[in-house]
Ligand binder design. Sequence first.
Ligand code: FES
Ligand code: FES
Length: 172
Amino acid sequence: MAMAAVPPPDQPIALTVNGSTYPRTVGTTATLLQVLRNDLGLNGPKYGCGLGQCGACTVHVDGVAARACVIPAAKVQGRDITTLEGLGDRLRPHLVQSAFIQAQAAQCGYCLNGMIMTTAALLAHNPHPSPQAVRDALSGNLCRCGTHVEILAAVQQAVAFLANPSSDPAPR
Ligand code: FES
Ligand code: FES
């Protein structure tokens, strides 16, 4: 008779997310996405493919867009992790969030976490991206509803808000 597999033991970790440090005990195979959603209650990052291929789970790690579904949580201890919740909120949205609202660039909205987080990382490093640079940055983010045209318009709106902050209607 085959022996039942023994699950690996849990391990203590501490993650720095949206400016706060959270000690947690998690499974040794836990991904960053699992810890964010299941242990920290941060549901901005979404579970899509779970394979690093759709972008729904995108967060920032030290300011760089990264796929939380394929990052072992223990590997990003000590790194600066930002989720959609850390970017802005309903009352004070980040300018990229504000641009996506203005452009009404959503159908079901499931992809928007990844679209917004990827755009925010792009604009933080390149405030004047060419249309091709935007397409390249978002090329790995899938929208199952096919709203890519509206999403590209939202990114251009965000570029315009960045160039002229007073044109952004969101409170600052
Ligand atoms: S859920 Fe992470 S890339 Fe698809
Ligand atoms: S709006 Fe539905 S997946 Fe993009």
